[in-house]
Design a protein around this ligand. Structure first.
Ligand code: B12
Ligand code: SF4
Length: 464
């Protein structure tokens, strides 16, 4: 079987600039490969997430390879390049053999029209195994949950809500050689070390922030993996692949009570030598931030990233976040700074309710809180999110794209130049991670492109 990652659609420039610098490997197809290989199926991954040039060629490899089945990962941002490849497949050979999944399954109609035979919604591991049985005639397609396809009479069939997979039964993702694939790791991460890997300790998030589409994929359920299973994976990455750095991709790391403590106990007991980064919610470890972040630091945590989004109470309410969060991330940043953990705050400008005043409030708050790194970016109207699907447009921010982009640049300038953020980053790199400087050239070209795009007058916030 051939599995394909496609790059972001050309014409969504802001995204492609970010993606080039933030090279985190995707895990989904690596999980599918592992599950299929357990059943004796040979799988090649063509990983073109970060390589638009290769994506123009991938159909040649697929046509030459003539896989029995071919599966495409898709997101809202990459679905068009996936469709482009599909339209160039050898139609006689690939008829009936083309699958697609991932967050882009939200656009099932478009994928089916482009020539996909079966769209898989939600998690793919169980569906993939059942699809193999359906293709060999052992079970009907209609009994597999979470599919969309066109039946013999030309009618679209949707087989209902996908079932969650049993996370305790999954093999570790396959990191065997792929065609293409990220080479650098996430260069925007100033604590980056190589070899760099990604791990997911849990799937899903119980919240429903208005701009986010996570619930579309994971169905708003939070499911942690057993701690020992996650530690086995980390240990295996170290011993088999020489991992020195792991980025945990969980929507929110260590959310269930006791999980983070059990994780630290296991890291200590097994003496695992690896550095890592986690994503937290502003309210994570409320009341025990100092203790838990201290333990995480002691077992290798070098970076915590918090999706802060705004410091304005009205805006936070409008996106279903708590107005108490700014106090939460203020404390989290203070503790992280004290412990020597890099703190990253990310903010979105142009959210519902945002005005010049609310953005000013956020910028002032950040300048006072002083995380190590701060990232301001314009709102993307993400398909599947409440904002893109169902929010009353009268609640949208009235600022123009140009005004929002200007705010992003001005806020970055104030933070990094006027309030010492640049010096904090530089001193971290010089004293704690000088090896990062090899990324200077690619990062420089990324920054130049980013600044150019920020002054672009086109609306780059909506998906094509
Ligand atoms: C790491 C990551 C990245 C990495 C790249 C990883 C990638 N593309 O896989 C980087 C930093 C490059 C990135 C960039 C972007 N990302 Co991103 N990213 C993530 C993150 C945090 C983890 C992805 C992951 O590995 N998940 C774990 C694996 C197990 O899940 P999976 O890849 O989805 O695969 C499972 C299923 O989807 C399914 N499946 C997937 N493919 C296929 C194919 C077949 C044939 C089948 C049967 C099944 C199947 O089975 C898999 C196993 O269960 C997710 C959030 C999340 N929690 O998933 C967001 C997420 C995927 N990203 C998102 C977005 C919006 C973006 C950007 C647009 C952001 C930006 N501002 O630039 C870009 C677009 C990138 C692109 N090429 O499309 C959204 C996508 C929503 C949407 N409607 O498309 C998500 C869901 C986050 C969110 N909160 O909404 N991202
Ligand atoms: S933004 Fe983060 S906390 Fe909010 S719903 Fe998405 S994953 Fe969950």
């Amino acid at each position: 079987m051939g599995l394909v990652y496609s790059p972001i659609t050309r014409g969504v420039p802001l995204l492609s600039a970010i993606e080039r610098a933030q090279q985190r490997p995707g895990l989904g197809l690596r999980y599918l490969k592992a599950v299929l290989e357990e059943r004796g199926v040979e799988v090649d991954i063509h990983d073109n997430l970060y390589n638009p040039a290769a994506s123009l060629k991938v159909h040649e490899a697929l046509n030459a390879g003539r896989y029995d089945l071919v599966g495409f990962h898709s997101t809202s941002a990459s679905r068009k390049t996936a469709c482009e490849t599909i339209s160039r497949l050898d139609a006689d050979w690939y008829r009936g053999r083309v699958l697609a999944g991932g967050p882009g399954a939200l656009h099932a109609g478009e994928l089916l029209e482009a020539g996909v035979d079966v769209v898989v919604h939600g998690e793919g591991e169980t569906a993939m195994v059942e699809l193999l049985r359906a293709y060999s005639g052992d079970m009907p397609f209609s009994s597999i949950k979470g599919l969309s396809y066109i039946d013999g009479e030309g009618n679209r069939v949707d087989t209902g809500e996908p079932e969650p997979v049993d996370l305790t039964q999954l093999p570790f993702p396959s990191w065997e050689r792929t065609e293409g694939g990220p080479t650098s790791g996430d260069m925007l991460n100033i604590t980056l070390k190589r070899p760099f890997f990604v791990v997911m300790g849990s799937r899903g998030c119980p919240f429903r922030c208005g701009f986010c589409a996570s619930h579309q994929l994971w169905r708003r359920r939070y499911r942690p993996r057993p701690v020992e299973n996650v530690l086995d994976e980390v240990e295996w990455l170290i011993s088999t692949h020489g991992a020195r750095y792991v980025h945990f991709l969980d929507d929110i790391f260590g959310m269930s009570p006791g999980w983070a403590d059990a994780f630290c106990d296991g890291m200590e007991r097994r003496r695992l030598k690896v550095e890592f980064a986690v994503v937290l919610h502003p309210m994570s470890f409320k009341n025990e931030r100092r203790r838990i972040l201290g333990r995480l630091r002691d077992v290798g945590c070098r970076l915590v990233s918090l999706g802060a989004q705004s410091a304005d109470p009205g805006v936070l309410r409008a996106i279903r976040r708590s107005p108490r969060e700014p106090e939460g991330f203020r404390e989290a940043v203070a503790v992280a700074n004290e412990l020597g953990i890099v703190s990253v705050l990310t903010f979105i400008f142009g959210l519902p309710g945002d005005t010049d005043d609310s953005i000013r409030r956020t910028v002032d708050f950040v300048n006072e809180v002083k995380p190590t790194v701060v990232d301001f970016h314009p709102l993307l109207y993400l398909p599947g999110s409440e904002i893109a699907e169902s929010m009353d447009p009268s609640k949208f921010c009235r600022l123009t794209t140009e005004e929002i982009n200007r705010w992003c640049m001005r806020a970055s300038f104030e933070y990094y130049v006027l309030h010492g953020g640049g010096l904090r980053v530089l001193s971290y790199l010089v004293f704690r991670n000088p090896g990062w400087f090899v990324n200077l050239v690619p990062i420089g070209s990324y920054l130049a492109e980013y600044l150019g795009l920020m002054s672009d007058r086109r609306d780059t916030r909506r998906f094509l």
